[in-house]
Design a protein around this ligand. Structure first.
Ligand SMILES: C[S@@+](CC[C@H](N)C(=O)[O-])C[C@H]1O[C@@H](n2cnc3c(N)ncnc32)[C@H](O)[C@@H]1O
Length: 250
């Protein structure tokens, strides 16, 4: 499984950023940036973190999150972890260009143990958490890796998404391919339900669960983005992915 996974992500790395350049993806980026800004604002209200934040970006890919964060926060250290050496090469270039203090680790998150905690923010965006075998156990213990005012945001693919239901209805074997690209597909993604995420025993944190909306991956008409987002806020049901975010709250 891991070899297939590394091969898939290596092969897509060179085109990865372009797959996220369409109008829909840009709207999703703004939304993610807004969620992160809110999380960080809450963190700064409790502790003004003058020296900047330490970030752990799990399944960091080419570092899109590093770039987004550098626009909304002072970064003391960005630590990206990913299984794909090709993704990490691109992340390295991006971090160097951004001029942020950074460290990159090539590792399989299925066996990686977080050893340089505490972090102020732990993030696993753009469905990155669905490529770990057991994101739930990590979430159960997330507060032990966070600073006192730390925050986290994980995005996982929804088992009951509209896209998946349509695929199943038409007898299509559900495989994952980044942004529906025509490159080879990835046949193992960890799908979750809202109920499963709700029952994670995330100790000492307060969290929120939202969906990104049912139209994502099905009918990405940019004019309908806000409606899609609103549906995702009101109910995670049928959303393409589920975002679980929160902060340490003793
Ligand atoms: C959909 S991309 C998300 C990348 C990034 N988080 C972003 O926001 O653009 C998924 C990433 O997960 C990485 N990945 C997949 N399986 C992994 C594993 N077992 N351990 C570490 N990284 C993994 C891939 O190499 C890829 O970069």
């Amino acid at each position: 499984m891991t070899r297939q996974s590394v091969h898939y992500w290596n092969s897509i790395s060179g085109n990865y950023d372009t797959l996220y350049e369409d109008a829909w993806s840009r709207a999703e980026d703004s939304e993610l940036s807004r969620l992160l800004t809110d999380l960080l604002r809450r963190m700064h209200a409790r502790n003004d973190n003058k020296s900047g934040i330490r970030v752990l970006d799990l399944a960091c890919g080419t570092g899109l999150v590093a770039e987004m964060l550098s626009e909304i926060a002072a970064i003391r250290q960005y630590h990206g972890v990913d299984i794909s050496p090709k993704m990490l090469e691109l992340c390295d270039l991006r971090c160097r260009k951004l001029g942020i203090p950074y460290k990159l680790t090539e590792a399989n998150l299925d066996i990686y143990s977080i050893s340089e905690a505490p972090y102020d923010l732990i993030i696993c965006a753009n469905s990155g958490a669905s490529f770990m075998r057991d994101p739930i156990s990590l979430l159960d213990n997330i507060s032990q890796y966070l600073s006192n005012d730390g925050a986290y945001l994980f995005q996982l693919l929804n088992r009951c998404s509209l896209r998946r239901l349509i695929h199943v209805r038409f007898g299509k074997f559900e495989t994952y391919s980044t942004r529906g690209s025509t490159y080879s597909s990835h046949d193992t993604a960890r799908l979750v339900t809202k109920r499963e995420l709700k029952s994670t025993g995330i100790a000492n944190t307060r969290n929120t669960i939202i969906g990104d909306g049912p139209m994502t991956g099905v009918f990405q008409w940019t004019k309908a983005f806000r409606v899609n987002r609103l549906i995702g806020r009101l109910t995670t049901c049928l959303s393409h992915s589920i975002i679980l975010m929160g902060d340490v709250h003793e």
